[in-house]
Write a protein that binds this ligand. Structure first.
Ligand code: SF4
Length: 210
């Protein structure tokens, strides 16, 4: 009997958990504010590069109060090598000030409040909620977009639609972990433009397998 989407997704998550038992957020952080900053820096940049930059940045400016004292230009200098440093430094400066003025220096714990912060979209908000606060959220990045389409679980490139469609067919206990699993699988096996289908544990579940 053919499996429906929900059953295929459940089986997919189960197999990926076996395949990548230590799959987790690869950004290094000590508190929710640091994860928020690191996630903003990770746009169009590798997590490896971000971790190199934040190792120095967070040593010097570990919290929202020390970060907010920097000028946008000073932040830009610190994060230059992550790319798009003008936009990123503007966001970090602005959200640091907002967190101090409106949230007592704390990172809010709801998606609605997080996405109001400068430079924070649903993807960043879900990373922070899931990993810093253990509040389930599906992070839709390029790997999740590609693989969920290849697996026939969704038929759209729109990240918000993908997030909501996956939420409907995925147990909430897997929401946060699914992002890490898909990212690991996308980096190691279902690589963009050259998927290694012959080595893929999902081959019998995947309508795109060649
Ligand atoms: S079978 Fe191929 S296309 Fe499908 S998920 Fe695996 S690697 Fe990607």
């Amino acid at each position: 009997m053919a499996l429906n989407k929900k059953q295929r997704l459940t089986e997919t998550i189960s197999r990926l958990k076996t395949e990548y038992p230590s799959s987790k957020c690869s950004l290094i952080y000590q508190n929710p504010f640091q994860l928020l900053v690191a996630t903003i820096l990770s746009a169009q940049c590798t997590d490896e590069r971000v971790n190199k930059v934040t190792a120095i940045l967070f040593q010097k400016y570990p919290d929202v109060y020390s970060m907010a004292k920097l000028s946008r230009q000073q932040i830009g200098k610190e994060i230059y090598s992550t790319g798009f440093y003008n936009n990123k430094s503007r966001s970090i400066k602005s959200l640091s000030e907002t967190l101090i003025m409106e949230y007592g220096g704390k990172v809010p714990r709801s998606l609605e409040e997080l996405v109001k912060l400068s430079g924070v979209g649903r993807k960043t908000a879900n990373v922070v909620l899931g990993n810093a606060f253990n509040i389930p959220g599906i992070t839709v990045d390029t790997h999740v977009t590609r693989i969920s389409n290849l697996l026939g679980l969704v038929e759209t490139k729109n990240a918000v639609k993908i997030e909501f469609q996956l939420m409907e067919i995925m147990d909430s206990k897997n929401w946060t972990q699914s992002g890490h699993l898909f990212i690991d699988h996308g980096r190691k096996v279902c690589i963009a433009r050259r998927p290694q289908c012959a080595n893929c544990v999902l081959i019998d579940l995947c309508p795109s397998a060649n």
